[in-house]
Design a protein around this ligand. Sequence first.
Ligand code: C5P
Length: 232
Amino acid sequence: MGKDVIIACDFASAQQTFDFLDQFTGKKPFVKIGMELFYAEGPSIVREIKKRGHKIFLDLKLHDIPNTVKKAMTVLSNLDVDICNLHAGGTIRMMEAAIEGLTRPDGSRPLLIAVTQLTSTDQESMSRDLWIERPIDEVVMHYAENAKAAGLDGVVCSPLEAGKVHDRCGNEFLTVTPGVRFADGDIGDQKRVMTPAEAKKIGSDYIVVGRPITAAEDPVAAYERCVNEFVD
Ligand code: C5P
């Protein structure tokens, strides 16, 4: 799969999402559907957006016992999403079960990527709450290697980590990176950000961009600017 820009459709309802997507009359962008929209609207939102011709990253971050994750992944695979994800913290066995559940009878399956440590978790909370004492960047790389060992296709990570993930896990192992902002744009609540051009240079495979596109005065122009900087 080539490099692409994924728009985070962090909307509260199907109507808002469709109003937003209706503005794109040319190329159909790759979109990310997260928990808020999925829990509000259910699987029909995935089918509707797919029917409109978009690729979908379904960001539900599964984490449960292997058998439960396996069965849930079979359901997501039948929804025909393009990328889905889970928490690497669920162990290698859980990730292997997820791949089994995701794989269709014909051998095809959506891409599966792992969240290593959430970017909202820092060294202090990891040590205090989770009792994980190793340096957080080592933990992130270890979880990425676990994901690779389980047969996953890549990880969600900060663009700042993308180069290191490729060094450790190979260039074929995908890095999907949020935390992207235009050089002249608002950072909002993101802390460590990169421009689309910088993310390209460092080797991100997909950038996930929300508010710089969804809250722009001209979302289509903002999307095209991202594509020009990142893909072309
Ligand atoms: O609006 P913004 O560009 O900050 O949106 C980024 C998207 O990526 C949001 O959907 C956010 O939940 C998601 N994300 C993130 N950082 C992570 C994982 C996911 O910003 N570490």
